[in-house]
Design a protein around this ligand. Structure first.
Ligand code: MOS
Length: 695
């Protein structure tokens, strides 16, 4: 079934907007629960070793303290395979600095916090290893379990061509450790009673949290309810259950019938909520003098923890972006005594495209070709790795539209050509791509009432992105009714099971199952379409997309940046960013624009600011707050423009959408780095581009 757009394509203000503006939208921590207790963690002060003693006496005797949880008295849990970071208070091992090693439950969060500071731990410390260098020799190919796609590509004879090609490039690019930093921290409230477990949590997917929780505690899924009504940002950090959820559950287990609340502090977010690991990437390109790529080799190494093998799959876009008869990718990991990294906005593709698109700019310079023309010359006719046709691919359209809007034609390609009162001015371009993902397994229920109202139930999530609104538009079109007739309910395991809000797959996945349910409902209602007096309800399972094996499904974009670099101080400013995207049908131009703007702003932040600085002596990130870990804010952002091309793709899903949550961040950092080169003649291959690298 393909859905015709009526509501889709309309600008509709957020359904959840008024409540958020009025401050009455409830987040997990704000659930009005009766007489809650509060939790505060104790964190390890060593990066590796064993706990050999714990003294809880003064903490336990503090008035208002209900209990001090530790490895000796905590309930036992089953740790799901591959989720070692959830191994909380189950052993004496310390795997990274700031790991949870105890927790205090008290009448107020202030008492809990104070008492936590009184818990004394004795450790047997072991030497730790926390730094990622390009020259380490303990890298390995990640297991299939952590690889969500083939990490190794080998096409043709890359080495032979790399040694004989007329133009050769061999470069190393590095990206920094970056933190999601959603505005709302990770928060949980749990109530464990005879009726079962109720969990309020800030998450990208209630069904996934329920599955982990039932596995951890061996519970019947029917006795666990997970609710996540509003979420204040996530960026990937809330896609899985994190240690704070487990600690809250351990606590709630110990104080039955009493709700327990826990919110991470901003500092704790830097050790408990995942992060984008640092990467070291090597790009080797062999090309003809006219810029056509003959061989392309991309290897990437990222760091993970000793607990979980997480691979930052930087080489994924390499398989998609340019035609190369000889193509090779290598993806490696190494494990360190650090917290576990996780997916962060366009995981893999974002740092990967930073390296690829900087290398393309370097190749353009080597060949003396305009960087847009270079990309056009390397446009593949079919997907370079799979050989499948693209369901739609408008990278060239994005580049050309952007060139026109950005006045690329009048650009003098010579570096360091513009000096305006002591500011060196330059412009740069980079391509963007992300896969158009649809996750399987979601279900949805639609109920039609005789008054013409429709209730759509699905355990989907809105992380603050506008999904609630856009998905309502999808449902309205699928039902053929006005948006105002649809009441969409999400964020609760009381509704049918749904995939998580990850990989920009939300609208594609939940929308497809809603379309399926709507189609079945309309069939049942028949021609006349009148709803029976008792109403009518249909529950559908998401159909597989039969085109997914016949076409390569990807979105594309072109990023343009103008930078000004102070010739004396090296300070970089970005007065202008333009992103042109081809992401299928845009369901709601307002919320989609916000997503793409936000992605580009986060890309600017990655280019110029964000870097978790690790102290190798102690093994923790020292700039663990928003004062010292700077995230781009209003004063950093100049004029940011987003433009979406019309794209009609009948193969991706019934709505024709490709997802916009992650595409916007991909390529922005490269466009800025390329503009910095154009402005200054200095090529920075190491993010972030701080002024010390330019003077
Ligand atoms: Mo996104 S990093 O898949 O939440």
């Amino acid at each position: 079934m393909t859905v015709t757009a009526r509501a889709m394509g309309e600008v509709i203000d957020r359904i959840d907007g008024p409540d958020k503006v009025r401050g009455v939208a409830r987040y997990a921590f704000e659930q009005p629960l009766d007489h809650p207790a509060y939790l505060y963690p104790v964190q390890s002060t060593i990066a590796r070793g064993r706990i050999i003693g714990i003294d809880c006496r003064s903490a336990s005797s503090t008035p208002g303290v209900l209990m001090v949880l530790n490895q000796y008295n905590a309930p036992r849990t089953n740790i799901p395979a591959g989720q070692g970071e959830l191994n909380i208070l189950q052993s004496d091992r310390v795997a990274f600095r700031n790991q949870f090693v105890a927790g205090v439950i008290a009448e107020t969060s202030e008492i809990a916090r104070h008492a936590a500071s009184l818990v004394r731990l004795e450790y047997q410390e072991e030497p730790h290893d926390v730094e990622l260098h390009g020259d380490r020799d303990d890298f390995w190919v990640p297991s299939a379990a952590s690889a969500q796609f083939p990490m190794e590509l080998d096409k043709g004879d890359v080495d032979a061509v790399l040694t004989s090609a007329p133009v050769r490039l061999d470069r190393v690019y590095t990206t920094a450790r970056q933190y999601h930093n959603p505005l709302e921290p990770h928060t949980t409230a749990a109530l464990w009673s005879e009726d079962g477990l109720t969990l309020y949590v800030s998450t990208q997917g209630v069904s996934g949290i329920r599955d982990v929780v039932t596995a951890l505690f061996g519970l019947d899924p029917g006795r666990v309810r997970v609710v996540s009504s509003n979420v204040g940002g996530a960026f990937g950090s809330k896609v899985h259950a994190n240690p704070d959820v487990v600690l809250t559950l351990l606590a709630a287990r110990m104080v039955p019938n009493r709700p327990v609340k826990f919110a991470l502090t901003r500092q704790q977010m830097f050790s408990q909520a995942g992060y984008r690991p640092p990467t070291v990437q090597r790009l080797q390109i062999g090309a003809e003098r006219d810029g056509r790529i003959m061989a392309f080799s991309h290897s990437s190494t990222s760091a993970t923890s000793k607990l979980v093998e997480y691979a930052e799959h930087c080489t994924r876009p390499t398989a998609t972006i340019y035609a190369a008869p000889n193509l090779r990718t290598r993806q490696l990991v190494t494990s360190l005594d650090v917290p576990t990294p996780c997916i962060m906005r366009a995981p893999g593709d974002c740092p990967g495209m930073f390296a690829i698109e900087c290398a393309m700019d370097e190749l353009a310079v080597e060949c003396g070709i305009d960087p847009i023309e270079l990309r056009i010359r390397n446009e593949p006719e079919i997907h370079p790795a799979s050989g499948l046709p693209f369901s739609s691919r408008n990278l060239i359209g994005c580049l050309q539209e952007g060139a026109q809007r950005f006045d690329w034609e009048h650009r003098d390609p010579k570096p360091r050509a513009r000096n305006e009162l002591g500011w060196l001015v330059g412009t740069g371009v980079a391509a963007s791509t992300y896969h158009a993902l649809q996750q399987s397994g979601s279900m949805a229920t639609i109920r039609a009432d005789p008054d013409g109202r429709y209730t759509v139930l699905i355990a989907a999530a809105d992380m603050g992105t506008g999904t609630w609104t856009a998905l309502t538009q999808v449902a309205a079109d699928a039902l053929g009714v006005p948006v105002g007739s649809v009441d969409l309910r999400i964020g609760d395991t009381a509704y049918p099971n749904a995939s998580s809000a990850g990989g920009s797959s939300g609208i594609a996945s939940w929308g497809a199952v809603i379309c399926e349910a709507a189609g079945q409902l309309r069939d049942r209602l028949g021609r006349g379409g009148s709803i029976p007096r008792q109403g009518l309800e249909v529950t559908a399972r998401m159909p597989e997309n039969r085109y997914a094996s016949q076409y390569a499904l990807h979105s594309f974009g072109a990023q343009f940046a103008e930078v000004r670099v102070n010739a004396e101080t090296g300070e970089v400013r970005v007065p202008r960013l333009l992103g042109v995207f081809a992401a299928g049908r845009i369901v709601n131009p307002k919320t989609a624009r916000s997503q793409l703007l936000g992605g580009m702003t986060m890309g600017l932040s990655m280019a110029l600011h964000e870097e978790g600085v690790l102290d190798p002596r102690f093994g923790h990130v020292v700039n663990q707050d928003l004062a010292t870990y700077h995230v781009s804010s209003n004063a950093d952002v100049g004029d940011v423009e987003v433009h979406c091309l019309d794209e009609d793709d009948p193969y991706v899903n019934p709505m024709g959408t490709k997802g916009v949550g992650e595409l916007g961040i991909v390529g922005t950092a490269a466009a800025i780095a390329n503009a910095v080169y154009h402005a200054t003649g200095v090529r920075i291959r190491d993010l972030p581009i701080t002024l010390d690298k330019l003077v």
